[in-house]
Design a protein. Structure first.
Length: 269
C-alpha cells in the first residue's frame, strides 16, 4: 500500500500533464482551433487598440505619395541633365542653335555601335550632322526619318575620326574599340605625344568640324608597327548617353589639303 501511494505521488504530476495535453489536443481537433483563436483575440485585442488603424484609403494615399515622390526625383534628375547640357551649349556659343534630342533607342548587342534619337527631319536634322554631349564628340547622324535619327557612335569599330594632339599638333585617326576607349593611329612613326595629352578633331577631318574635344591619351605604344598607336579615354559618357545636341556637319572641305580619314597611316623613313 505504501509503495502504491509513493508511486502515485511521483507520477501524479506527469499523468496530470499528459491528460491536459491529450485533452487540449482533442479540444483543438474538435473545435478546429477556435479556442486558440479566441484566446489569441482576447490577448491581442488590447494591443490592437494601442496601434493606429490604417484603412485602405490611407494605404492608397501613401502609395500614391511614394509614386509622386519617385516621379519628382526623376524629373529633377532630368532637369539637372538638361541644365548642364544648356550650360554646355551656352559656353560653346554656336553660330546656329543646336538641336537638343534624347536617346530613345539602344540595343544591348549594339550598345557601343549606335543609338536612336527622338528627333529627325521635322526638327531639322540631316544625315552627316554631328552629335555631341557634355565632354565632346559622340558621333555622326547616319540615317534620318521624320521623327528619329540613328547615330553612329565614335566607339563603333567602324568609326574613324581625324584627330590632333592639342599640345603638339600631331595627327592621326581615332578608331572605335567597342568600349569607353578608342585606338589612335598616328600618321608619324614617332609622334611628339605623351600620356595625358588632350585630343580633338583635326582640320584634316572631312566629316567633323575642327576642334571638337574627344578625349585624352591613356597609354602609348610607340614601337607598334606599321604605326605608333595610343589608347584614348573618350570624354563623352558613351556608356550612359541620355540627352545630346545635334549640329550641322563640316561644310567646308579643302580637297587640296584634306587628308581622308580612311587613309592608313604610313611609315616614315
Amino acid at each position: 500500500m505504501f509503495t502504491a501511494r509513493r508511486w502515485w505521488e511521483n507520477k501524479a504530476l506527469h499523468i496530470g500533464l499528459l491528460v491536459v495535453v491529450l485533452g487540449s489536443a482533442w479540444t483543438i481537433r474538435q473545435t478546429q482551433g477556435a479556442l486558440i483563436m479566441e484566446i489569441y483575440q482576447t490577448i491581442s485585442s488590447p494591443l490592437k487598440n494601442l496601434q493606429p488603424r490604417i484603412n485602405p484609403e490611407d494605404r492608397f494615399r501613401d502609395a500614391k505619395f511614394l509614386e509622386l515622390q519617385t516621379r519628382i526625383v526623376e524629373l529633377e534628375n532630368q532637369n539637372q541633365k538638361l541644365q548642364g547640357l544648356l550650360n554646355y551649349v551656352e559656353k560653346e556659343k554656336p553660330a546656329t542653335p543646336p538641336i537638343i534630342a534624347r536617346v530613345v533607342g539602344r540595343s544591348a548587342d549594339q550598345w557601343w555601335q549606335q543609338v536612336t534619337l527622338n528627333s529627325g527631319t521635322k526638327a531639322g536634322i540631316k544625315e552627316g550632322f554631328i552629335v555631341k554631349a557634355e565632354g565632346g564628340l559622340v558621333g555622326i547622324v547616319e540615317s534620318v526619318t521624320s521623327n528619329t535619327s540613328r547615330v553612329l557612335l565614335v566607339s563603333d569599330l567602324k568609326s574613324q575620326v581625324g584627330v590632333t594632339i592639342s599640345r603638339t599638333n600631331a595627327k592621326g585617326v581615332l578608331r572605335g574599340d567597342s568600349s569607353n576607349e578608342g585606338v589612335l593611329e598616328f600618321y608619324e612613326k614617332v609622334p611628339n605625344v605623351k600620356v595625358g595629352d588632350l585630343i580633338s578633331t583635326s582640320n584634316y577631318s572631312q566629316k567633323y568640324p575642327t576642334g571638337i574635344p574627344v578625349g585624352r591619351i591613356k597609354s602609348l605604344d610607340l614601337k607598334k608597327l606599321p604605326a605608333s598607336i595610343a589608347k584614348v579615354e573618350l570624354f563623352p559618357p558613351i556608356r550612359y548617353l541620355d540627352w545630346v545636341t545635334v549640329h550641322p556637319g563640316s561644310e567646308k572641305i579643302d580637297i587640296q589639303t584634306t587628308k581622308p580619314e580612311n587613309q592608313e597611316p604610313q611609315n616614315s623613313q
